[in-house]
Design a protein around this ligand. Structure first.
Ligand SMILES: Nc1nc2c(c(=O)[nH]1)N[C@H]1C(S)=C(S)[C@@H](COP(=O)(O)O)O[C@H]1N2
Ligand SMILES: [Mo]
Length: 332
C-alpha cells in the first residue's frame, strides 16, 4: 500500500476517533452507544493499520534527515500508541489505573497530545491521494471489515475471559458499587474541591424573579429518584437519591432555563422541561449526603453524564437564556 494512502487513512481515523470520543463524553442516554461504537471501531482500524503505518514511517525516515521533525514524529508516535493501548485497557477494565492516574485520564491526555501534535507533523507532508476508484473503495471496505471483526473478537474475548469490560454500559462505563452508598466513588471534573459549607447553609432559589432561601430541611422533602451517575472517567453507579424534585419547587408555566451553581462556582444550565427529573438531593441511600458527594445538597440529573450533577449547590435560578447557552463541558 502506498504511504500517502496509509497516512491519509490514519489522519481520517484519528479525526473520527477524536470527534466520536468527544460526542460520547457529552451523552448519557442509550444513543451514546453509537459514538462509543464508532470510537471503538476507529481505534481498532488504527490498530489494524499500524503495521502499514510503521512501514510508511520507515520509508519516510530513510528519505529525510531533519532532526526536530524527527523528534516531533517520535513523540506523536508515542502519544498515539499510548492513546490506543490505554483505550483498549480502559474498555477491558483489566487495568483501571496507572499510578496516580486513571486509565481514562491516560487515554484522554495522550489522545489530546496526539491531536495537538498532528497538524505540525502534517506540515510539509502533502497527502495527494486520488480518492475515487473501485480499488480505494475496496481497500476502505476491507479495512472496516477487518476492524469490525477484530472489534467483535475483542468484545467476545472480554466476555469469555470474564473481564469487567464485558459488561460495559452503553457509555462504555464500568459498574461501581451500585445501591451501596459507601462504595460510590467521589470525583471532580477537573480541579474543583469540596468547599467549606456554613452551618445552616441555604440554597438561593429564584424561579420567578422573587428570591427565596431554602434550608436543607425545606429541601428534605423525601422525593425519591433511583438514578445512575455515569462519570466520563469511565465508571457508573446506580443509587437511591432523596430530596426535592425541581418540578415540585418551580411554579407551573415558568419558561427559560435553570442555572444550578455550586458554592465553588461550578455551574450547569438545564431546560425547564427537565425539572420533573432533576432532584436536589440531600440524602443518598437513606443517609445524609457526605461532603465528598456534595453535602449538604447536590443535583441529581438522570440521563446526563456525571459532570452535570452539580455538587454543593449554592443557587438554583431560572432565567430567559436558552439551555444551550454554556460551554459543552465545564472549565473547572
Ligand atoms: N461543584 C462540582 N460539582 C461536580 C463536579 C465538580 O468538579 N465540581 N464534578 C462532577 C463530576 S465530573 C462527577 S462524575 C460527579 C461525581 O459525583 P460524586 O463525587 O458524588 O461521585 O460530580 C459532578 N459534580
Ligand atoms: Mo465525572
Amino acid at each position: 500500500m502506498r504511504s500517502s494512502r496509509t497516512n491519509l487513512a490514519v489522519v481520517v481515523l484519528m479525526l473520527v476517533a477524536a470527534a466520536s470520543g468527544l460526542v460520547a463524553f457529552s451523552l448519557g442516554t442509550p444513543i451514546a452507544a453509537l459514538p462509543v461504537t464508532v470510537h471503538g471501531l476507529a481505534g481498532t482500524a488504527l490498530l489494524v493499520l499500524a503495521p502499514w503505518k510503521v512501514m510508511a514511517a520507515y520509508r519516510g525516515l530513510r528519505g529525510r534527515a531533519d532532526g526536530r521533525r524527527w523528534r516531533l514524529s517520535l513523540l506523536l508516535a508515542v502519544a498515539t500508541t499510548v492513546a490506543l493501548v490505554s483505550g483498549f485497557l480502559q474498555a477491558s477494565g483489566a487495568v483501571p489505573r496507572l499510578g496516580s492516574l486513571t486509565m481514562m485520564q491516560v487515554h484522554v491526555g495522550s489522545a489530546l497530545l496526539a491531536v495537538v501534535l498532528t497538524p505540525a507533523h502534517l506540515r510539509g507532508r502533502p497527502m495527494n491521494v486520488a480518492l475515487a476508484g473501485r480499488r480505494e473503495f475496496l481497500r476502505a471496505g476491507g479495512l472496516f471489515g477487518l476492524a469490525g471483526l477484530a472489534w467483535l473478537g475483542f468484545e467476545g474475548a472480554l466476555r469469555s475471559v470474564g473481564l469487567p469490560g464485558g459488561q460495559r454500559r452503553f457509555t462504555g462505563s464500568h459498574e461501581r458499587g451500585s445501591f451501596d452508598a459507601a462504595a460510590l466513588p467521589a470525583t471532580q471534573w477537573l480541579d474543583d474541591r469540596p468547599p467549606e459549607v456554613a452551618e445552616g447553609h441555604r440554597v438561593r432559589f429564584d424561579a420567578t424573579g422573587e428570591e427565596r432561601n431554602l434550608s436543607i430541611e425545606d429541601l428534605d422533602r423525601g422525593d425519591r429518584l433511583v438514578a445512575t451517575l455515569d462519570c466520563t472517567s469511565g465508571w457508573y453507579s446506580t443509587q437511591e437519591w432523596e430530596g426535592a424534585l425541581l418540578a415540585n419547587l418551580i411554579p407551573p408555566g415558568v419558561e427559560g432555563s435553570i442555572l444550578v451553581t455550586s458554592l465553588t462556582g461550578y455551574r450547569r444550565r438545564f431546560p425547564v422541561s427537565d425539572a420533573h427529573r432533576l432532584l436536589l438531593a440531600t440524602r443518598l441511600g437513606g443517609e445524609p449526603l457526605r461532603s465528598s458527594h456534595g453535602a449538604p445538597v447536590r443535583l441529581v440529573a438522570p440521563g446526563r453524564r456525571g459532570f452535570w450533577w452539580v455538587k454543593w449547590v449554592a443557587a438554583v435560578e431560572i432565567d430567559g437564556r436558552p439551555a444551550w447557552w454554556q460551554l459543552p463541558f465545564p472549565m473547572t
